[in-house]
Design a protein around this ligand. Structure first.
Ligand code: KG4
Ligand code: ZN
Length: 335
C-alpha cells in the first residue's frame, strides 16, 4: 500500500489530502481564497502567496487529522511543482519537502494537469488508460490522448484564452463577479441557450481551440443590444463553449479509436458540459467519466493520486528540483 499526502497551492486554493494507492481518498481539505481575490476581479499572485503561507499548516494538519493518519504513517509527500504562480507553487513545494526531510519519506513533484486527469481515477477506481481526456481549467484547455500511465499525446490546446479564462472574462464583463464559471453556470439556467447565435470558434478546424474571439463577440453583442437579458447571453455563450469542447472531445475519441473519454479541470464542473457529455454517452458507444465537481476544481486528492503512480514509475523527485511556472506535460523542472 502507498499512502500519500498531497499538497496543492498552484493558484488560489490551498489544499491537502491523504490518498491510499492513488485510488482511495482518506481526506481532502480545500481552503479557497476566492473571497480574497473577488474584489480584484481575479487572482492577485502576491495575495495568493501570502494566503497560502497563512493557511498551509492548518490545511495539512486538518487533512492528516481527518484521515486519522500520523506523519510517520505516510509513504510519500507530494506537491504540485508546476505549472502555476511561482510564489504560490513555492509554498506547497517547500512544505512538502520539509515534511519529506523530517520524516525521511520521498518527495514527489507533480504536474498540475496530470493531476486533473487522475481525479477521474478517484471517481472510478477501475479506470485504466487508454482514454482521451479534456483538461479544461482557468489556465489551460488541453485535449490529450493518454495511451498509458504517464504516456500523453497532446492532440490540441487553446491558441489564445483558456476555456475557464473565457468564462471568467465574460462573467466580469456581465458584472457577475469572480470566479466567473460558476456564476455563468448559475445564471444560464434561467436563459435560452439558443437566444443568440454566438460563433463556435475553430469547430471544424482540428483539435485546437480559440475562445478570445467568442469573448469579443459577446462584448460586441451586448454593446449593440444593451436591453438583452443577461441570462440569455450567459446561456448562449456557455452553449457555444460547450459545443466546441464536446464536439472536439468526441472527434478525438473517434479518430483515435478510443471508447472512453475523461473530463478534468474546473470547467468540467459546468452543468451544461456535463449534461452534454452524459447525453453523448447515452446515445453513443462512448463511456464518459465525469469526476464529482469537487474533484474537477483544484484539490489535493488528485495530486496525491497521481503521485502514487509517478513514484512507482519514476521514483522520488530530487529535493533540489525547484518549481516551474510554465511546466509542460511530461517535463521535469530543473534545479
Ligand atoms: O481547475 P481549476 O479549479 O483551477 C485552474 O487550474 O485554473 O479551474 C478554475 C476555472 C475558473 O476559470 C472557473 O471559472 C472555472 O474553472 N469553473 C467553471 C465552473 N466551475 C469552475 N467554469 C464553468 N462552469 C463551472 N461550473
Ligand atoms: Zn486546476
Amino acid at each position: 500500500m502507498t499512502r500519500v499526502l498531497g499538497i496543492e497551492t498552484s493558484c488560489d486554493e490551498t489544499a491537502a489530502a491523504v490518498v491510499d494507492d492513488g485510488r482511495v481518498v482518506r481526506s481532502s481539505v480545500v481552503a479557497s481564497q476566492a473571497d480574497l481575490h473577488a474584489r480584484f476581479g481575479g487572482v492577485v499572485p502576491e495575495v495568493a502567496s501570502r494566503a497560502h503561507v497563512e493557511l498551509i499548516d492548518d490545511v495539512i494538519e486538518e487533512a492528516l487529522v481527518e484521515a486519522g493518519v500520523a506523519l510517520h504513517e505516510l509513504d510519500a509527500v507530494a506537491a504540485v511543482h508546476g505549472p502555476g504562480l511561482a510564489g504560490a507553487l513555492l509554498v506547497g513545494v517547500s512544505a512538502a519537502k520539509a515534511i519529506a526531510l523530517a520524516t525521511g519519506r520521498p518527495y514527489v513533484g507533480v504536474h498540475h494537469h496530470e493531476a486533473h486527469v487522475y481525479a477521474a481515477l478517484l471517481e472510478e477506481p477501475g479506470l485504466e488508460p487508454p482514454f482521451v481526456t479534456l483538461v479544461v481549467s482557468g489556465g489551460h484547455t488541453l485535449l490529450i490522448a493518454m495511451d498509458d500511465h504517464g504516456a500523453y499525446r497532446v492532440l490540441g490546446q487553446t491558441v489564445d484564452d483558456a476555456a475557464g479564462e473565457a468564462f471568467d472574462k465574460v462573467a466580469r464583463f456581465l458584472g457577475l463577479g469572480y470566479p466567473g464559471g460558476p456564476a455563468i453556470d448559475r445564471v444560464a439556467i434561467e436563459g435560452d441557450p439558443k437566444a443568440i447565435p454566438f460563433p463556435r470558434p475553430m469547430l471544424d478546424d482540428g483539435y485546437d481551440f480559440s475562445f478570445s474571439g467568442l469573448k469579443t463577440a459577446v462584448v460586441h453583442y451586448v454593446r449593440k443590444h444593451p436591453e438583452v437579458a443577461t441570462a440569455d447571453v450567459a446561456a448562449s455563450f456557455q452553449a457555444a463553449v460547450v459545443d466546441v469542447l464536446a464536439e472536439k472531445l468526441q472527434a478525438a475519441a473517434r479518430d483515435n479509436g478510443m471508447r472512453t473519454v475523461v473530463l478534468g479541470g474546473g470547467v468540467a464542473a459546468n452543468s451544461a458540459l456535463r449534461n452534454r457529455m452524459l447525453e453523448a454517452a447515452a446515445v453513443g458507444d462512448l463511456e464518459v467519466v465525469l469526476p464529482s465537481r469537487a474533484l474537477c476544481t483544484d484539490n489535493a486528492a488528485m495530486v496525491a493520486a497521481v503521485a502514487a503512480f509517478r513514484l512507482a514509475a519514476d521514483g522520488p523527485t530530487p529535493l533540489d528540483a525547484g518549481v516551474a511556472p510554465n511546466l509542460r506535460l511530461a517535463e521535469r523542472p530543473s534545479a
